[in-house]
Design a binder for this molecule. Sequence first.
Ligand code: BTN
Length: 240
Amino acid sequence: MNLLKFDCIDSTNTYAKDNFDTLDDKTAVIAEEQTKGRGRFNRVWVSKNCENIYLSLVLKPQNTRYITNLTQYMSTVVAGVLKTYNVQPQIKWPNDVLVNNKKICGILSECVMKNNQLSGIVLGVGINLNTDAATISSIDRPATSLNLETGQKINKEEFLQKLFDVFWINYDNAMQNGFEYFKDDYLKYVDFLGKVIFIQQRDNDIKIKCVAKNIDNQGNLIVIDSNDNEKIIYSGDLIY
Ligand code: BTN
């Protein structure tokens, strides 16, 4: 793995995308601070210089069949690392990681196309390790940070090392076998099945009420809608 470190950058995802062709497969782009940290649905990702993780992985696997499952794979890896800090992580489908029902990690994957062909993916990960309480409360949705959950400053290098170790150990298997390979692990962190949830599929106010029934072997969410019909949800945001 190559490591590229920046003190301050607009967004590690933007950098990785803009330089995708010249960056090697398995390059990790890391920044201490981002001035334009981006989240899903064009949201802002608060990216202050406070020893949080702002990371983008450049990935160019030969077999791209399961590339979209990488976000769920990464959320499972992050949840596993968080557990070693004696907190109880939850995964909110598809790939948010929460602690005490508050978001601690967000993942933004962006596919890169060349000549109408998928050439790889930028897998962006933001993890709140040491955000102060005032900054956390300024975020417009329930959020938290590992230092606030544990009452201790978190060693970023140590966390990153654990994250890379676990991620690379199973990466090839996850890429060969897809969601089924790590499904049992993913489900250990899922606590919304059987509950009433709302699905938001774009950044608008439309929220569809349904009951979360299951996660299929491809990582899609199976729900029962208000007419008692079973539906497969391929993408979106889940609201409890
Ligand atoms: C989300 O939950 O909305 C996804 C947040 C992803 C944030 C990370 S931080 C590193 C990388 N660079 C970005 O601009 N975004 C991702």
